[in-house]
Design a protein around this ligand. Structure first.
Ligand code: AMP
Length: 377
């Protein structure tokens, strides 16, 4: 396969922070970047050469966009499969539309995982109200009801403890196709960001430890403070999943560490992931450069981490008393500030992140949390 070389144009479907950081990596290596999304002056658009403002289901706009680039990738997976197919008729789309189709729907994703023999929480499909009782009996309660389509950061899901709560949650979530999942009393949450090239080469960033607040990622520590066999198994799971899906690009596998050291796959994201942001400052090759290399058919870069690191998200809530105190956070010399160029700070909106480097993950975590606290006036 002929590689797509510097000077070529990368087309990004989606225009958020993931595309922005990909665009920064691509620009650094001499590529041009076009982005398509419904938003203007977007985080990606501010860095890209060209920002196309169009709906993802405007197939004419997607075709015209694809005709102007050398490869299409995405930073947002809820793009319709028709849009991916429209682009695929003109240029390579990496990862492919079929990866997107599997991972953008929890039902298809869970089926792929269970049919492939990958460990995941017990689950049952729910397509109608009549199926709720059967699903509850099969899975057991408490459980988590999740809509099949278009969910991320805990959107479209409810914890349910009784059949009554399950019925209410199903109605509240719009009575649409869903899955009921066993509630996992996990010891911790972890993820592995990994990449696969057009030649099947594989690279991963190791297991990282994630903590969430209100279902949104809050802090990542890398490497995860977990026993080596667990870390090894997590990376092997990631390798097998990328191979089974035939991914070209970057994919993140989110997992739970359940009691007795059992790993369960929670979710797949076919793109760089929030839990891999630390790679920008802490690794020889960031997850964004890796995505660029993979989708361009170039050799993957080293994922070596130069120092332990921790990343803390900056949500819009931090703006509730005005602009955060940037200067105070920047007094920590080993903390890096990333802001995504979003004009409006809404509660829960990801506005940026901080990464701290230190001698140990625990120290990096302590520093990044102190730096984030220092932002509050
Ligand atoms: P998701 O959008 O599926 O990644 O879920 C967001 C967060 O909700 C996860 O990171 C967990 O903290 C929590 N969660 C999701 N599914 C489960 C489950 N089956 N058991 C326990 N917690 C869950």
């Amino acid at each position: 396969m002929t590689p797509i070389l510097p000077g070529s144009t990368i087309g990004v479907l989606g225009s958020g922070q993931l595309g922005r950081m990909l665009a920064i990596a691509a620009r650094r290596m001499g590529y041009r970047v076009h982005t398509l999304s419904p938003d203007r002056d977007s985080p990606t658009g501010q860095i890209a050469d060209r920002e196309v403002v169009a709906a993802y289901d405007d197939l004419d706009a997607v075709r015209e966009f694809a005709a102007g680039v050398d490869v299409v990738t995405f930073e947002f997976e809820n793009v319709s499969s028709q849009a991916a197919e429209a682009a695929e008729s003109l240029v390579p789309v990496r990862p492919s539309g079929s990866v997107l189709r599997t991972t953008q729907n929890r039902l298809r994703e869970k089926r792929f995982l269970s049919e492939g023999g990958f460990p995941c929480p017990r689950f049952a499909e729910v397509r109608s109200e009549e199926e709720l009782a059967r699903a509850a009996a099969e899975v057991g309660l408490p459980g988590v009801l999740k809509t099949a389509g278009f969910g991320y950061d805990g959107k479209g899901q409810r914890i349910v403890r009784s059949l009554g709560e399950l019925k209410a949650a199903w109605a509240e979530l719009g009575a649409c196709p869903a899955i009921l999942e066993q509630f996992v009393e996990f010891e911790c949450e972890l993820s592995v960001v990994a990449a696969r090239g057009t030649d099947g080469s594989f690279a991963h960033y190791g297991a990282v430890w994630n903590t969430h607040r209100n279902h949104i990622l809050d802090v990542t520590v890398s490497p995860a403070p977990l026993p080596e066999p667990v870390r090894r198994e997590a990376a092997e799971l990631a390798r097998a999943i990328l191979e089974a899906l035939d991914v070209v690009g970057v994919l993140c596998v989110e997992m739970f560490l359940a009691p007795r050291g059992r790993l369960l796959v929670n979710e797949l994201a076919p793109r760089p992931h929030n839990s891999g942001h630390f790679t920008f400052d802490a690794c020889v090759t960031s997850q964004f450069e890796q995505q660029l290399r993979a989708v361009c058919g170039l050799p993957l870069g080293s994922t070596e981490q130069t120092r332990p690191a921790a990343m803390a998200n900056l949500l819009g809530d931090l703006w509730s008393r005005g602009e955060p105190d940037w200067e105070s956070a920047l007094r920590f010399p080993e903390v890096k500030l990333h802001l995504y160029g979003k004009a409006e700070a809404r509660p829960g909106r990801k506005m940026g992140h901080l990464t701290a480097l230190a001698e140990t993950g625990a120290k990096a975590r302590e520093t990044v949390l102190s730096a984030r606290d220092a932002l509050i006036r």
